[in-house]
Design a protein around this ligand. Structure first.
Ligand code: ZN
Length: 430
């Protein structure tokens, strides 16, 4: 498989953050990375040791460099595994007018109108009774089960002038079945069958709806890639590919790939970018690597860099005025350096210059994004990790259209450019 095929396969098997972390673990294990239980007692981790730690939808991978991290620092790439979606409630079944619908909550900044009239599957994590205890299992019901139907235009005459307005409580519950049974719980039946357990043993879940359409290459010249969850599975995949492609040579610092859950809802969780988790793991690495650890984690971080990768807004052909004319990313024109005076992005001149040189060294173009000065700027994990760890940070990302739509679009040529730049970074170029 070439890079684009691997990217599409990654998108299609990762309907939720839990599945993305599981697939990342599978790819890492195939490349010789060993899963580490963070509850286990410390171990010696010599140069070249490859491992990863996982918490549900978050994963941190590392490759120990030739020089102790206290003396050479870390090279960290961070991205986020979660995407906006519709989250199924604990007691979701709504029975009205002969239909059974599933009640949902909105997770993150969903473009709600893009979720209607689509074939939706159901995926996530289910916790089931297991003897006297419990166990968690991933589930992916990859079949057209749910639908959020629009109202006919004849009953909603103003829709094209006023826009499609959806109330999250009343309008977003998705039809799952037709039944007049006032006790019907078809979701529980589907889950029990998929997990080969009794419906009564389904205790709780973290489940989402997702669009079943696979990632598709489109455009007259195959220049576009359309998929769900490009923000930010694209950056996660670029980081994984770069880590696996870069060698851990003499010049390479200890490489760290941090894939965080919960960015779309603010990163404040036990495994989000605003937690102490990554700092704890880096501290463990400094202690576990044999050699002179004088100065410990603060010394390591003082000479580390974070490349925070999250998707960027490409200019839209009908809305060029939404961009600053000199900072207007285009699809297939290379990775974007994102800067904001209020540090909604962590980029300053040194990091921006470094990333441009990383792209040059990889034979890739690069471009800038700065928001219009009269528009509020988005943010990402970069500034949060920068503040948590006191680490220098540059925020970057590939350009895309339709961010937070159920189906987003990016350029097919940009992915290889981002992988190349990140591989130079993991290889030790600064
Ligand atoms: Zn994002």
């Amino acid at each position: 498989m070439d890079l684009l095929d691997r990217f599409r396969a990654w998108l299609d098997v990762s309907p939720t953050s839990f599945h993305a972390a599981a697939e990342a673990a599978r790819l890492l294990e195939a490349a010789g990375y060993v899963e580490v239980d963070e509850r286990a007692a410390p171990e010696r981790r010599v140069a070249g040791t490859r491992g990863f730690v996982r918490r549900a939808g978050s994963l941190v991978a590392f490759r120990v460099g030739a020089t102790h991290p206290a003396a050479a620092g870390f090279g960290i790439v961070a991205a986020h595994t979660d995407s906006p979606n519709l989250r199924i409630k604990p007691r979701p079944h709504l029975r009205e007018h002969g239909y059974v619908r599933l009640g949902v909550e909105v997770y993150g900044g969903v473009q709600q109108a893009t979720w209607v009239d689509r074939d939706l599957g159901i995926a996530g994590r289910v916790v089931v009774r297991d003897g006297q205890g419990q166990r968690a299992a991933l589930v992916n019901l990859r079949q057209p089960l749910c639908r959020i139907p629009t109202l006919a235009i004849h009953l909603n005459r103003g829709v094209n002038d006023d826009g499609l307005k959806l109330n999250a409580q009343k309008d977003l519950p998705a039809i799952l079945a037709q039944s007049d049974d006032k006790t019907a719980e078809p979701l529980r039946g589907l889950l029990a069958a998929a997990l080969a357990v009794e419906p009564a043993d389904l205790l709780a879940w973290d489940l989402s709806l997702y669009d079943l359409t696979p990632a598709t290459v489109s455009g007259a010249g195959g220049e576009f890639l359309a998929s769900a969850r490009l923000d930010n599975l694209a950056s996660c995949h670029a980081g994984l590919e770069a880590l696996l492609a870069s060698d851990g040579g003499e010049a390479a610092p200890t490489a760290v790939l941090a894939l965080f859950d919960h960015e779309e809802i603010g990163s404040t969780s036990e495994r989000g970018a605003q937690s102490a988790w990554l700092g704890h793991l880096l501290e463990r690495l400094v202690l576990d690597v044999p050699g002179d650890a004088a100065g410990g984690l603060p010394r390591a971080l003082a000479q580390s860099w974070l490349v925070s990768a999250d998707m960027a807004h490409a200019v839209h052909p009908a809305f060029g005025d939404k961009h600053d004319g000199e900072h207007m990313p285009k699809l297939n024109a290379g990775p974007v350096v994102k800067q904001n005076a209020s540090h909604r992005y962590g980029t300053e001149a040194e990091g921006a210059a470094m990333f441009q040189r990383l792209c040059e060294a990889a034979g890739a173009p690069s471009q800038w994004f700065v928001n219009r000065a009269d528009l509020a700027c988005g943010s990402t994990v970069g500034p949060l990790v920068a503040a948590q760890l006191a680490v220098r940070t540059v925020d970057v990302g590939n350009p895309m259209l339709s961010m937070h739509s159920a189906r987003e679009t990016c350029g097919t040529r940009d992915h290889a450019h981002m992988v190349g730049a990140m591989a130079k970074f993991f290889g030790g170029m600064r």
